[in-house]
Design a protein around this ligand. Structure first.
Ligand code: ADP
Ligand code: MG
Length: 247
């Protein structure tokens, strides 16, 4: 397999903050349709890696190729338009708008909320909203104000807002933090559903959850990759137990 066959090919990626390498000559390859989970101790560089991929932080060196196109020089909105969606740890939904409106303003047409709100809600958009609401399990809540949703439902809505743009690569940073056991189960099912026609990178700490969703696991430590492979192999790797799972 050549590097151009991967959805995402990261090579020799490095970022220094005042001489401290938060990401250090890292290589990472993600397949089409793959759900990759990244684990590792606090400060390992997991969030910084997502910041680099989505253009929020600039690389000091190295390459990030998405569908064979270089991303490291692009602006954040250009990276989004290329097909990369990223969810941050805290949900950023419009609490005073309905679930329907939240999804509608996320449809990739308007220029920001105010421009998008003015768009006539065409049948195409309505159809897409219904489809996404089904995927995230919020069909019954479409006319509810988003602020009234449970914590878990707010997280799903934000995933839905990203799905409105139909990204080929979706990145989620600790999506189940603060969720109930039931919400965690439903989130695992949700990720399995939405991964069918896209690639995903998920950062997560909950090992039961990781076991459920991961196709492959990458363990980061001090800005580098410590281990990578199927969950069972990574879990029994003495290096991984030593720096992460042992605690
Ligand atoms: P993780 O998500 O794995 O817990 P982070 O990517 O948040 O780790 O952080 C990795 C390291 O980089 C930490 O030591 C953190 O303090 C540092 N770091 C992250 N962002 C910045 C920044 N913008 N400026 C300086 N240091 C940063
Ligand atoms: Mg983090």
């Amino acid at each position: 397999m050549s590097n151009s066959d991967y959805v995402l090919a990261i090579e020799d990626l490095t970022v220094s903050f005042d001489g401290f390498k938060a990401i250090d000559t890292l290589n990472l390859y993600v397949d089409k349709g793959e759900l990759r989970v990244i684990i590792g101790p606090n400060g390992a560089g997991k969030t910084t890696l997502l910041d680099l991929i989505c253009g929020k932080t600039r690389a000091s060196a190295g390459s990030i190729k998405f569908k064979n196109a270089e991303m490291t020089k692009l602006a954040e909105h250009e990276i989004v338009r290329s097909g990369i969606g990223r969810k941050f740890q805290t949900p950023s939904i419009y609490e005073n708008l309905t679930v329907f409106k939240n999804l509608e303003v996320s449809f990739p047409r308007g220029r920001g909320v105010f421009g998008a709100l003015k768009f006539r809600c065409t049948d195409d958009v309505k159809e897409r909203i219904a489809e996404v609401a089904g995927e995230i399990g919020l069909e019954e809540q479409l006319s509810m104000e988003a602020g009234l949703l449970s914590h878990g439902q707010k997280q799903w809505l934000e995933i839905g807002m990203l799905l409105m743009q139909d990204p080929e690569l979706l990145m989620l940073d600790e999506p189940i933090a603060g969720m109930s056991v039931r919400e965690r189960e439903l989130t695992a099912e949700l990720l399995d559903r939405i991964c069918r026609n896209r690639s995903m990178i998920v950062i997560e700490h909950d090992m039961d959850f990781v076991k459920k969703i991961a196709h492959k696991v990458t363990v980061m430590h001090q800005g580098k990759i410590l281990a990578e492979g199927p969950m069972e192999r990574v879990q029994s790797d003495p290096k991984v137990i030593d720096v992460y799972l042992g605690h």
